[in-house]
Ligand binder design. Structure first.
Ligand SMILES: Cc1cc2nc3c(=O)[nH]c(=O)nc-3n(C[C@H](O)[C@H](O)[C@H](O)COP(=O)(O)OP(=O)(O)OC[C@H]3O[C@@H](n4cnc5c(N)ncnc54)[C@H](O)[C@@H]3O)c2cc1C
Length: 388
């Protein structure tokens, strides 16, 4: 039986595990990142790749801003596909215009740069936006997009080459125990790993290691439907384009004075609310346009019956709504896919410590690509009592 010894082992190579590994490495620890696949295949590579602190509440906006800074800093050293092209929220009616104006004022007070756009400005910056839809916009120039599949793989490569990360793919951790003051991790590859400290960042699969904790938690599994079009060489969509239903959905807008009244007037039976749909656009490096998304929530107590079907009707609905908003050359869909993440009902992140040195960190919900680097920095600083 082979044994490999580290200061810190991180289980799960998604963005949350990778972010924890990154900050431990920056503090000089000997770190292994263990991933059951060759490269991560779950939420961290199936997402939009929008890094949008503007969508967060005030506390999480700080984590998002730190993530933005770190993504840009790393991009200076290696191309992890970061493009600083900003985020725009397009308002389609009076209520949404009211909300973007209120959010602009909040961000102005907080010192986070944003710019209100007239309808003319919106059409000039985003020529595909339909004039009948766009009333006004709110633009955040600091924000970035990444192509998640490339970004996560390249960030792992960067950590291996520049920070001496030991990345251990094709290895599933099946048991974690503490004995004689050390943590022992038993794997399917026959290797036993030992460490002083372990972070379990195994996404919505943490029930494999801690089924009782998983069942007791108030986590929900969230299923999202997404798609992309065929590449469109003559279309150019800069950054993230978020629209009216996003304004009515994202946390940051919940801090606006008019939000509660506007939500109270919504018809909760509307199809898009029943399926958690909002319409977002983002262009990949190859020219394809990513469109999404929907949200279905299943409490973990019912996970055994969580549905894993892709609804063709829901995809058709999202395409029809997207067509009301944006003019594309070619609406032929190249791929559709599902993504899953878990999210706590009562807190922003699921965070439990077992035997003092085993830290389960998951349930970052829809915030992971934006919030993980910043959140992990604070988490590691607190736990390791070091400045990272
Ligand atoms: C469709 C979609 C769109 C999204 N869009 C955005 C967006 O635009 N911006 C944003 O900020 N966030 C977005 N999110 C949210 C974001 O993707 C997630 O919050 C984030 O990826 C969660 O990362 P994670 O590391 O916790 O989980 P995961 O990505 O699920 O990673 C967990 C990893 O652990 C590994 N693993 C599990 N068990 C074991 C084990 N026992 N041994 C070894 N390895 C194991 C798995 O293989 C996996 O790679 C989106 C999510 C989805 C699904």
């Amino acid at each position: 039986m082979k044994n490999m010894d580290f200061d810190i082992v991180v289980v799960g190579g998604g963005i949350l595990g990778l972010s924890h590994a990154y900050h431990c490495l920056k503090s000089g620890y000997k770190v292994a990142l263990i991933e059951k696949n060759d490269l991560p295949r779950d939420a961290s590579v199936r997402n939009f790749g929008q890094v949008v602190p503007s969508g967060f509440n005030s506390q999480w906006q700080q984590y998002g801003l730190e993530s933005l800074r770190l993504y840009k800093e790393i991009q200076q050293q290696v191309d992890i596909t970061v493009r600083q092209e900003g985020t725009v929220y397009i308002a389609s009616n009076d209520e949404e215009v009211q909300l973007i104006e209120e959010l602009a004022a909040i961000n102005h007070r907080n010192g986070y740069a944003s710019l209100l756009l007239s309808q003319r400005n919106c059409l000039d910056r985003y020529p595909g936006i339909k004039p009948a839809y766009a009333r006004a916009g709110l633009f955040f120039p600091e924000e970035i997009v990444v192509d998640p599949r490339l970004a996560v793989a390249r960030l792992i490569g960067y950590c291996c080459e520049q920070l001496s990360l030991q990345y251990i793919p094709h290895t599933t951790i099946k048991e974690i125990v503490r004995s004689n003051g050390r943590i022992h991790l038993d794997s399917t590859s026959g290797v036993t790993f030992t460490a002083d400290k372990v972070f379990v960042c195994s996404g919505n699969e943490f029930q494999l290691l801690y089924p009782h904790l998983f069942r007791q938690s108030d986590l929900k599994i969230v299923k999202l439907q997404m798609m992309d079009t065929v590449p469109q060489p003559s279309v150019r969509i800069a950054g993230s384009v978020l629209t009216g239903w996003t304004i009515r959905r994202y946390e940051s807008f919940q801090e606006c004075a008019s939000y509660a009244g506007i939500k109270a007037r919504e018809d909760q039976q509307a199809y898009h609310l029943q399926h958690g749909v909002h319409i977002l656009f983002k262009q990949l490096l190859d020219g394809a346009v990513v469109i999404g998304d929907s949200h279905h929530y299943t409490p973990v107590s019912q996970h055994a019956v969580a549905d894993f079907d892709t609804s063709a009707a829901l995809n058709a609905f999202m395409i029809a709504e997207a067509q009301k908003i944006y003019q594309l050359d070619d609406w032929q869909i190249r791929n559709t896919w599902l993504g899953f993440y878990c999210q706590c009902a009562s807190r922003e992140v699921y965070n439990e410590t077992i035997d003092e040195h085993i830290h389960i960190v998951t349930g970052i919900g829809g915030k992971g690509m934006t919030g993980s680097l910043g959140y992990a920095k604070e988490h590691i600083t607190k736990l390791l009592s070091v400045s990272v």
